[in-house]
Design a protein around this ligand. Structure first.
Ligand code: ADP
Length: 238
């Protein structure tokens, strides 16, 4: 579904991504790990069009997307959440999601219909009871769920999740893992996620890729990658 080959991204003299190849197949939940500064967010920014790669290309369902602007890439079916959640603070939850629906790929242009759809997505993400609250009233877990709901509003083929488990307690993490599976199974959305919470990665991902200093050092089953000597060395800072 999503494929990158030879992705290189430099910031001045710093090589944030170096010749990275990756593939995410339809229906997979793929994790992206690596110590801070290893290039994970840069890779998501390249995929979603916020950064242009200096080398290599990304394609979605066989069509080249690198070089296109973010709104075109979103319209082609790539949704994403941000580490720093940023809903529209003056709008209710249902309005926040309805905007994503109106600008998304569902072909809905009428606001009542968009709100109905938004409410359905809020129910799916466990936020129906707070549909008419403002984002500022939400606890962290619900802010993360709202971010996911907004990404789902555009009806993506694949969703890039950026640390949606960060800061959650054990019980909330279990709920978020369950939501991840339901996104794949009920909404049929493929998932590529940056994550530091090991439990979440190990339990929800079918495959994990690890980056270190902008280089892909491992790609495989969760247990294989977690026990990979280079991955262990990267995390120990060696
Ligand atoms: P991660 O998400 O794995 O923590 P990042 O992709 O954010 O890593 O960063 C990779 C490297 O690229 C870091 O050294 C970071 O400082 C650098 N970097 C990221 N974005 C920019 C930018 N816009 N300008 C300059 N350097 C950047």
């Amino acid at each position: 579904m999503l494929k990158g080959s030879g992705i290189t991204k430099r910031f001045g003299g710093l090589v944030a991504l170096s010749d990275v190849d990756f593939e995410v197949n339809r229906g997979e939940i793929v994790g992206l790990i690596g110590p801070n500064g290893s290039g994970k967010t840069t890779l998501f920014n390249v995929i979603s069009g916020f950064y242009k790669p200096d080398g290599g290309e990304v394609s979605l369902l066989g069509e080249r997307i690198s070089g296109k602007p973010p709104h075109r890439i979103a319209a082609m079916g790539i949704g994403r959440t941000f580490q720093i959640v940023r809903p529209l603070m003056d709008l209710t939850l249902v309005e926040n999601v309805a905007i994503a629906v109106l600008y998304g790929r569902m072909g809905i242009s009428e606001s009542t219909e968009a709100k109905d759809k938004a409410y359905e997505i809020l129910r799916f993400t466990g936020l129906a009871a707070k549909a008419y609250s403002l984002p500022g009233q939400l606890v962290l877990e619900d802010r993360k769920r709202l971010e996911v709901a907004r990404a789902l509003g555009s009806r993506p083929e694949i969703i890039l999740l950026d640390e949606v488990f960060a800061g959650l307690n054990r019980k909330e993490i279990l709920g978020a893992i369950e939501l991840t599976f339901r996104i794949r199974d009920e909404y049929r959305v493929t998932i590529f996620m940056i994550e530091h919470v090991m439990k979440a990665i190990m339990e929800s991902c079918s495959r994990i890729m690890a980056l270190h200093h902008g280089v892909k050092i491992a790609d495989g089953k969760p247990e294989e990658v977690a026990n990979h000597p280079e991955v262990i060395r990267a995390y120990l800072g060696a």
